[in-house]
Design a binder for this molecule. Structure first.
Ligand SMILES: NC(=O)c1ccc[n+]([C@@H]2O[C@H](COP(=O)([O-])OP(=O)(O)OC[C@H]3O[C@@H](n4cnc5c(N)ncnc54)[C@H](O)[C@@H]3O)[C@@H](O)[C@H]2O)c1
Length: 494
């Protein structure tokens, strides 16, 4: 990858600047006086010099990364593990003890019980998506600061409610889009926002991530260690229809949001950041389907989404079947400007090209550790503005995933050959027809030639009210039916 001496120098300067800023804030924190907490309408979750007691909620794959981020660190101790799967919970307690010199956390099965414990300052939530907003709202109401995985919500309305709750109780709520803390990514965004590639008109998110079939739809046994009532939480209690209990809920709508809300939310968030838009969009459109195999999954493995922001567009492509890259990226973003384009091929590295495709600048640097540290910094300083991925940013990006899925779910099912003709009304700089042509070729290369696919309506959005204009059916999909005892509070009830 191209990299000039001056680019390296400026990158170094940027990294140094980032570290100095962090150091300055950390120094300030040691001088931090208790009176600063007077601005809080609530008891502080931690005093500046204390260890932050963290409870990790959800000890699956991602919960282990949270443990890695908070256990055995100078400023944080993992004191509790909450999981409704006893095996996962107990096993994680053992591994945390090893990381913390024998300090073994307490396993708690029920999140409500956990939140009664006043010794806990912060919780980090790595449960399935359908629990994120509710778990975070309850935690905030119990006085905890929260690191909640992406997407912050399972639907648009509960995401907004979480933001309102965080503000009302003055808690620090960070979401798990960790790219936002990586110096390489931050430098790239600064470059774009300062006009480095001229006027930005299109940001393309790519989630080209092959996913195999999850196995036949059937009726399967819930693992005996799992309290399924707790696991289901706000969702209805349904028969288990997928072979693998953990993780594969991503591909079933009552719990997950497909790859848009799994891998895709990271790139959706980066695209919105690149476009400098802190709101939902004006219009959304999606097409797609689950193609190439039939299994227990319901969500699309092939999807296009266009979010319209007037002169700018956010275009998103999900490909779950094997595919080559596009302009060097598979899971990444491509930001197009009047003077060049940026291709970020990971959460922290990428290259700017001029309009002739010549590389002119590179960006590099970061790891998940930066994001966990950023959370700690904001918690100690009682200031959500220090967060790189505040809950409201998380809400907007999560909502963009949900909006795409709503258009898709309202789609008309047509033959693949009819799609091109249906796109005539979807106008704008991202050129949806070209994106569809590439998608159809991709399907063909996977021997998917005769298929049905959903083509959604182009939905107009009131981005202030966060509702659809003139589509009541779509509006009902901004929320869900909550199971008794697991309701999201109303705005006046938080
Ligand atoms: N930021 C990232 O890069 C990143 C990476 C991977 C996953 N994630 C996110 O992390 C979350 C978890 O993903 P995963 O792959 O670990 O899923 P998983 O299914 O492997 O693990 C989820 C765990 O949560 C537990 N759980 C479910 N309901 C619970 C409840 N009410 N209380 C306590 N525990 C409960 C489950 O028993 C399970 O152990 C997802 O939302 C995913 O989007 C983020």
């Amino acid at each position: 990858m191209y990299s000039s001496r001056s680019n390296n120098a400026s990158r170094r300067e940027f990294l140094e600047r980032s570290m100095l800023t962090t150091a300055a804030i950390l120094a300030a924190q040691s001088r931090f006086s208790a009176s600063a907490y007077a601005q809080d309408n609530f008891t502080p979750s931690v005093s500046p010099n204390e260890q932050i007691h963290v409870a990790v909620i959800g000890a699956g794959g991602r919960g282990q990364s949270h443990v890695g981020g908070f256990a055995g660190k100078s400023g944080t101790t993992v004191t509790h593990i909450c999981d409704c799967d006893e095996k996962a919970g107990q096993k994680t307690c053992e591994s945390v003890a090893e990381k913390q010199g024998g300090k073994k956390p307490v396993w708690v099965k029920d999140v409500r019980k956990l939140l009664e414990d006043k010794s806990i300052n912060a919780v980090s939530i790595a449960t399935p998506n359908h629990w994120h907003s509710l778990g975070a709202i309850w935690a905030v109401q119990a006085g905890k600061d929260v690191y909640v995985e992406k997407p912050v919500s399972h639907n648009v309305l509960e995401g907004r409610r979480l933001v309102q709750t965080a503000r009302k109780y003055n808690r620090i709520v960070q979401t798990g889009t960790q790219s936002r803390s990586n110096p390489g990514m931050r430098e790239a965004m600064e470059f774009i926002h300062s006009g480095g590639i001229g006027e930005v008109t299109v940001a393309r998110g790519l989630c080209y991530k092959p996913r195999a079939s999850i196995g036949a739809k059937g009726v399967y046994e819930v693992p005996k260690e799992v309290d399924f009532d707790l696991w289901s939480g706000p969702a209805p209690i349904l028969p288990l229809t997928r072979p693998r209990f953990h993780y594969d809920w991503h591909w079933q709508y009552p719990y997950g949001n497909g790859d848009l809300g799994n891998q895709g939310i990271h790139q959706m968030d980066l695209c919105r950041w690149a476009l400098n838009e802190s709101r939902l969009c004006d219009r959304t459109f999606s097409l797609g389907g689950r193609l190439g195999y039939q299994d227990a999954g319901e969500t699309a493995n092939t999807q296009l989404v266009i979010h319209d922001y007037g002169k700018k567009q956010l275009s998103f492509e999900v490909r779950g079947l094997p595919t080559p890259d596009y302009k060097g990226a598979k899971v990444g973003i491509i930001v197009e400007g009047s003077k060049g384009y940026l291709v970020m091929t990971s959460y922290q590295s990428g290259t700017v090209f001029d309009l002739d495709g010549k590389p002119i600048k590179t960006f590099e640097g970061g790891s998940d550790a930066f994001h966990y540290k950023n959370f700690e910094l904001a918690v100690r300083n009682r200031n959500h503005k220090l967060l790189n991925a505040d809950v409201e940013e998380g809400h907007y990006s999560s909502a963009l995933c949900h909006l795409g899925n709503i258009s898709l779910q309202l789609g008309e099912i047509v033959d693949g050959g009819e799609v091109a003709a249906k796109l005539a009304n979807i106008k704008g700089p991202s050129n949806v027809s070209e994106a569809w042509q590439r998608t159809a070729e991709h399907l063909k290369s996977n021997k998917v030639e005769s298929y049905k696919i959903a083509v959604g309506p182009s939905l107009e959005i009131d981005s202030v009210a966060e509702t659809f204009k003139g589509n009541e059916k779509a509006n009902t999909m901004l929320t869900r039916e909550y199971r008794k005892g697991y309701e999201i509070p109303s705005a006046s009830g938080i």
